[in-house]
Structures are given as C-alpha cells and as structure tokens.
Design a protein around this ligand. Structure first.
Ligand SMILES: [Zn+2]
Length: 173
C-alpha cells in the first residue's frame, strides 16, 4: 500500500521512524494517538450525535406536526376559532392559519434536511417569537389569571431558545 512506508522524524529523539508507527521504536514516544483508518473516518460523525442533534430533529418534527395541525385547522378538519369566528369569515381565517401552517411545515421539512438557509429563517422566526412573547408579557401579567399564560410564555421562550441553541450546535449558520 503506498504511503504506509513513508518515514517521519521522531519529534523527541530525531530518529527516522515509520509515519504509520504508533510509537517511536527508538525512544517509545507515542506518535499516532489519533484513531486510524475506518475509526478515524467514523469518529467525527459519531461526535456529532450529541443531545443537541437529537433535540434538533425532535424540534424539526415538532415544526412539521405544528404546521400540519394549523393546516388541518385552516381547511376545517379541526374546528377552531380561525374558521368558526363571528368576526371574520371562515375562508379568511382558514387561509390565514393555513398559510402559517404551510410556513411551519416548510420550515420543519427544511430543518429535517439541514438546509442552511431554512435554519437561518428559523433563527429569525425564533428571535421574532421571543420578542413577541416579551412584548406580550405585560398583558399576560395583568390578565385575570396570569399563571397559566405566564407559564406558557416561559415555555415558549425556552423552546425558541432551545431551537436557537441546537441550530447553532448542529447547523452551519
Ligand atoms: Zn524517538
């Protein structure tokens, strides 16, 4: 095999040793601590399978399910205020929530395939979501029963923050 017989200089004793040798045969200095061959090739991929990567895919699936849920409300499969309101027509409300559902679905699928520019859009959506949640906080605090909406706001911000973190850990942006 070419390359296996190339020599290098031992960094400690200066003797000529095989580049592939795990240790210098003259002084015993460890030369190749990195895993070789298949192990060296596999290691980086294994390192990436962190909890962030697992959470990243869970959140991507959540975006998809959330989008599907909104679309189901939009087309009237699931009854909701969007299609059963006195204040706007069912088609208008359905089109609105259905469109948001479409965006969520699109983002979720893009995240699943690790599309860099979708990760970027998701980051913007998360920051917007955090901002809107913060703007909404005073109204939540002065609500008649602030505990449940306050908890939901905190959970929402935590989820957006988690999404931002796992994109930073997994994605290229
Ligand atoms: Zn040596």
């Amino acid at each position: 095999m070419p390359g296996t017989l190339t020599t290098m200089q031992c960094p400690k004793c200066g003797q000529s040793v095989l580049a592939s040798a795990p240790a210098c045969q003259f002084c015993g200095t460890i030369l190749n601590v990195a895993p070789r061959g298949r192990a060296a090739f596999m290691a980086p991929a294994d390192d990436r399978k962190t909890w962030q990567e697992i959470v990243y895919y869970i959140l991507a699936v959540v975006w998809v399910l959330w989008g599907a849920y909104y679309i189901a409300m939009g087309i009237g499969l699931i009854p909701s205020v969007w299609t059963e309101s006195k204040f706007w027509s069912a088609s208008k409300g359905g089109a609105f929530i259905g469109t948001i559902g479409g965006v969520y679905l699109f983002v979720g699928i893009g995240l699943l395939f690790e599309q860099g520019w979708i990760q970027f859009i998701t980051k913007i959506m998360c920051w917007l979501g955090i901002g809107l949640t913060i703007i909404n906080l005073p109204f939540v605090l002065f609500a008649r029963h602030p505990l449940v909406p306050l908890l939901m706001s905190v959970v929402q911000m935590a989820l957006y923050g988690l999404q931002l973190h796992v994109i930073a850990a997994v994605g290229d942006v």
